[in-house]
Design a protein around this ligand. Structure first.
Ligand SMILES: Cc1ncc(COP(=O)(O)O)c(C=O)c1O
Length: 339
């Protein structure tokens, strides 16, 4: 697509083919030097473990156009480290943090004209992924791997102000207690398609997953982490070995405590104790901060702050986080990297 044709103010979250992507292959125990290519098609063996056994993991992060025209990456080192953890879980070779960051920068620079203008609310979404490839048929780790990063411009999650939406507690589990929930691996998302569709069909934004062992505690909100603000002004977000360690969530824990003066807590969030929260939201790279209007749990519908308006603490967190990402507010040391 020619960037001249992009309507920056009306971007969604859809695939757009940009000019260049980074590709690197692992074979015989080592990564090659990696390079940028223009072809967006991947040619792999029919025996690739990624196709049959889900040996695939990925990341998601964004590049932000600042007021002065420069471009920020937000905590790419954390994405690199989380991808390494996913790789360890799936017996895949790790990509060094420096290689990961450098590849992100190369991809953003090569597609710089696709980074939406400051003020449009849009960003350049980067999708790093790794897949097991090579001729194989048995259930074991692949003989070869492909690591790639591609990117596309995406729109602001909320156009014209942040709006609360409703979620429904799923009867499906997203992850097993000692499974792969904490890793960003393809299988977790394949399994979430049906629960997500059922939630959308009932006009909920997404589903809420409970802890797989007791089904009494909130774990995830679709592809985002949960947070709540208690009446005592505590920022609370679930702790569990089966949720994805969200980089946005850890950033908000820090900002809540150090910038907003709240007490920040990672702890259990029991479904039967939602009354303690005056506000609630979902947080993640794609969701940024999405206020939760209400949660449907069986026959009960619990409303937090308001069904139509964002609460003041959620709004403050949103402004602080996005202000840092777009370079308008001073960032904590090391959070923002210039491309
Ligand atoms: C299941 C799940 N939880 C939480 C998140 C939020 O993580 P992050 O803030 O690192 O984007 C994501 C998105 O990456 C996700 O897919």
């Amino acid at each position: 697509m020619n960037e001249a044709k992009i309507d920056w103010d009306n971007l969604g979250f859809d695939y757009i083919k940009t000019d260049e992507r980074y590709l690197s292959y692992w074979k015989d125990g080592q990564w090659d030097n990696g390079k940028l290519v223009t072809d967006n098609q991947v040619h792999i063996s029919e025996g690739s473990t990624a196709l049959h056994y889900g040996q695939t993991c990925f990341e998601g992060l964004k590049a932000y156009r600042c007021r002065d025209g420069s471009i920020n990456l937000f905590r790419p080192d954390e994405n690199a480290k989380r991808m390494q953890a996913s790789c360890r879980r799936l017996l895949m070779p790790e990509i060094p943090v420096e290689t990961f960051i450098n590849a992100c920068k190369q991809v953003v620079k090569a597609n710089e004209h696709f980074v939406p203008p400051y003020g449009s609310g849009g960003t350049l979404y980067l999708r790093p992924y790794m897949i097991g490839i090579g001729d194989n048929i048995g259930v074991h780790a692949a003989p070869e791997y492909l690591f790639s990063i591609f990117c596309m411009p995406v729109g602001a999650y909320f156009k014209g102000g942040i709006v609360p939406t409703n979620f429904i507690v799923s009867t499906y589990d997203r992850a097993a207690g000692n499974g792969t929930g904490a890793a960003k691996v393809g299988g977790n998302y394949g399994g979430s398609l049906l629960p997500g569709k059922e939630a959308h069909d009932r006009e909920f934004s997404d589903c809420i997953y409970l802890d797989p062992q007791t089904h009494t505690k909130i774990e995830e909100v679709g592809s985002a982490n949960f947070f709540g603000i208690t009446k005592e002004n505590q920022f609370v977000t679930p702790i569990s070995p089966s949720i994805l360690p969200s980089i946005t969530k850890y950033s908000l824990l820090y900002l809540a405590e150090n910038r907003l003066g709240l007490e920040a807590i990672e702890g259990d969030v029991y479904l039967d104790q939602l009354n303690q929260f005056k506000e609630a939201g979902a947080c993640g790279t794609a969701a940024v901060i999405s206020p939760i209007a209400g949660i449907q749990a069986g026959a009960d519908f619990h409303v937090f702050y308001s069904e139509t308006e964002v609460g003041p603490v959620t709004q403050r967190l949103y402004e602080e986080l996005t202000g840092i990402q777009f370079g308008d507010i001073e960032s904590p040391a090391g959070w923002v990297m210039k491309v």
